[in-house]
Design a protein around this ligand. Structure first.
Ligand code: ACO
Length: 334
């Protein structure tokens, strides 16, 4: 598959570290030095995930030069759906993409990369020609805004990438690895609350509902700086690629110190490590396509560029993909 278009959308409201320090006991200096984050976007009550995801999707369609009816598949990576039964069909409806099947995929901050790889398999099998892969999250709705150890980290956003069948020579997915370790699930959860209510007779019902994000930050940090270089290194070796062949490192944006540690491992100079953490914080499944869209539109990422990408987060889950950006106008498979 070729990567031929991208788009993004973020809420208009931005909250700076100084503003946040009016609510919780923190400071701009602490947040910047520990994470690299300066501000984050936060969706208001009238800005559902569907609208943000649709905005990113429409921008990617326009960039690729496609009509909504051209789409065969829409994958929405999210952990914060508007509807637990699935939000991708709502996006499909808003876009008017009547020929596409649409469904959600949940893998927290690895979600976009996992969805991109999944779309690649449908395309490789011949089942799908054109797909839109969206990463969108609104974790602002799921953090405890009184917990300074988590609320400073997350923000809201959406990004999308248009992918289509192409000849082998123009492929944008040159290799990938995906991993999970549920034994370490407790490090980072957005789990159901235990709310037991009498039902009838002697039966008790567990009422649905979710507790705020709970995170063991140090464990997640250690996991990321150990596993991300390992999985990227394995992928480079398997594809016969050396780190200096990469034009960019395109990593999940969780913490600048994690980006720096991974870059150091591959001796990548900081100017080749894409980062927009300062403006957006960790937008979960959205970070990779949001970052890619910014770097494509400002001309840093150019057609033919090779990107080493890695997503990691709750699950625990992590993975890597070797990507080549094509951009609009790439000849589709004959
Ligand atoms: N402001 C000021 N002080 C704070 C804050 C804050 N916002 N948060 C924590 N502190 C304090 C702590 O209470 C602690 O104080 P103490 O020493 O008196 O007990 C001190 O700062 C140090 O706390 P640590 O947790 O050791 O801080 P650390 O340097 O580990 O940084 C951080 C914390 C930024 C969360 C880091 O561990 C991290 O980035 N972890 C990875 C998080 C991550 O990437 N999560 C998302 C994964 S993606 C997904 O799937 C959603």
């Amino acid at each position: 598959m070729a990567l031929v278009g991208c788009g993004s959308a973020v809420p208009s409201a931005s909250i700076s570290n100084d503003q946040l320090s009016e609510r919780v006991d923190t400071s701009d200096a602490w947040i910047r030095s520990r994470t690299g984050i300066a501000a984050r976007r936060v969706a208001g009550p009238d800005e559902p995930l569907t609208a943000m995801a649709t905005g990113a999707a429409a921008a990617a369609l326009a960039h690729a030069g496609w009509e909504p009816q051209d789409l065969d598949l829409i994958l929405l990576a999210t952990s914060s759906p508007d509807d637990l039964f699935g939000t991708a069909p709502l996006v499909q409806g808003c876009l008017g993409a009547g020929n596409a099947v649409a469904f959600d995929l949940t893998a927290a901050c690895s979600g976009f990369l996992f969805a991109l790889i999944t779309a690649g398999q449908y395309i490789a099998s011949g089942a799908v020609r054109r797909a839109l892969v969206i990463g969108a999250d609104q974790l602002s709705r799921w953090v405890d805004w009184d917990d300074r150890s988590t609320c400073v980290l997350f923000g809201d956003g959406a990004g999308a990438v248009a992918v289509e069948a192409c000849d082998a020579g123009s492929t944008g997915l040159l290799g990938f690895r995906m991993l999970s370790d549920g034994r370490r699930n407790g490090c980072l959860t957005l789990a159901q609350t235990q709310d037991h209510v009498p039902l009838l007779g002697g039966l008790t019902n567990q009422r649905g509902g979710f507790a705020a994000i709970h995170m063991n930050g140090q464990e997640v940090y250690k996991f990321a700086v150990r596993e991300v270089p390992a999985v990227l290194g394995e992928l480079l070796e398997a594809t016969g690629t050396s780190a200096d062949q990469l034009d960019w490192l395109l990593l999940h944006q969780a913490n600048q110190r994690i980006l720096d540690a991974v870059a150091e491992r591959f001796a990548m100079p900081p100017e080749r490590v894409l980062s927009n953490l300062a403006a957006y914080g960790n937008t979960s499944a959205a970070t990779i396509p949001l970052m890619l869209d910014e770097a494509v539109r400002d001309g840093r990422v150019k057609p033919g560029h090779l990107l080493g990408s890695s997503g990691f987060g709750a699950g625990l889950s992590w993975g890597a993909a070797l990507l080549r950006w094509s951009g609009p106008g790439t000849p589709a498979a004959g």
